[in-house]
Design a protein around this ligand. Structure first.
Ligand code: MTE
Length: 314
């Protein structure tokens, strides 16, 4: 996987509008095809809200999946453990207006409106490979902003060692929360240096448009070097903490889902190997691909874990 840092990027690459537009056209073709059979809540034939958002410097140069692959096969246990049912049931969620509670070890706690957060954080597009702990992967063109740029605006104190994220709790709408499959609400967390890493991303859109509800609208985390369960959806609270947060999957099965959850082909899940992954959208004859350590982002993120035994802190 190629990740370009600002220093690596040539000005000719930044200004080559023709190349940029050609790639956009390809993405639009994929999205356009999907709109013919749009899900409930889909906005067939409407202009894409984020079509003019620039490609960010950390975007990977990878061919993206079709929109259908990403938007119809979703893990969203608040609605259902079934990927198709979750996709349909999530359409019941109201996502406007949306606010974010910020508290804990922070100088500027409060309740922030999402529209104000969006005004303060310029949007960019990031193409990332996304690797689920269930051994499948896809490549998604997200739209959003670096997590660090938002967190810095809240001014964490020197005691903030971790960041805890919480999903909305509303069992009337999120019907999966009526079951005890997880200890609700869904909580995830990052160490503060992980959260401040330039690859950690807050997504509000994908495929040039608003984020579909089933993919975590209106605000979700994307941490490309970690298994997908870290990328928490529909975030309503960010809490800066001294202590490591207790996270949903880790509480559910600590021997299977660690706090760190860095993609690592050398550490098998207790019930399956992590060596290879099925690429969504491929037919049954498409060979699996070899899973890359840190999902291919090792050069950028391995220093975060220098000296740590990755088999112990999995
Ligand atoms: N966030 C919440 N709130 N609830 C969930 O069930 N599933 C996680 C993650 N974030 C989940 C969540 C898992 S297991 C994965 S693989 C990704 O979301 C899936 O993201 P996607 O459905 O957009 O592909």
């Amino acid at each position: 996987m190629i990740i370009k840092t600002k220093a690596d990027i040539l000005s000719s690459e930044i200004t080559d509008r023709a190349v940029f537009e050609a790639r956009r056209t390809l993405i639009k073709a994929a999205v356009g095809a999907s709109l013919l059979t749009a899900l409930p809540g889909g906005a067939a034939m409407q202009p894409k809200k984020y079509a003019e958002v620039p490609v960010g410097p950390y975007s990977a140069q990878l061919p993206v999946n079709a929109f259908e692959d990403v938007s119809r096969y979703t893990n969203y246990y608040e609605f259902s453990t079934n990927k198709t049912d979750a996709t349909v049931l999530a359409q019941a969620l109201t996502i406007k207006p949306w606010s974010l509670m910020v508290d804990g070890e922070v100088e500027r706690p409060g309740v922030y409106q999402l529209e104000d957060i969006l005004k303060a954080n310029p949007l960019e597009q990031r193409i990332y490979r996304f690797r689920c702990v269930e051994a499948w992967s896809m490549v998604v063109p997200w739209v959003g902003f670096p997590l660090a740029s938002m967190l810095k605006q809240f001014k964490p104190t020197s005691k903030a060692g971790f960041v805890e994220f919480t999903t909305l709790y509303n069992p009337d709408i999120m019907v999966g929360q009526r079951s005890s499959v997880l200890d609700w609400p869904y909580v995830e967390g990052l160490r503060i240096d992980e959260a401040m890493h330039p690859l950690a991303f807050m997504a509000t859109g994908m495929y040039d448009d608003e984020l579909p509800k089933q993919n975590g609208a209106p605000l979700r985390l994307v941490v490309p070097w970690k298994y997908g369960f870290k990328s928490i959806k529909a975030i309503v609270r960010i809490r800066f903490r001294e202590q490591m947060p207790k996270t949903a999957w880790n509480k559910n099965a600590p021997h299977e889902y660690g706090f760190y959850a860095n993609v690592n082909p050398d550490v098998p899940h207790p019930r399956w190997s992590q060596r290879r992954e099925r690429v969504l959208g491929g037919g049954i004859f498409t060979p699996k691909r070899d899973t890359e350590k840190f999902n291919g982002y090792g050069e950028a993120v391995a220093p975060l874990y220098a000296g740590m035994d990755l088999a112990k802190y999995f």
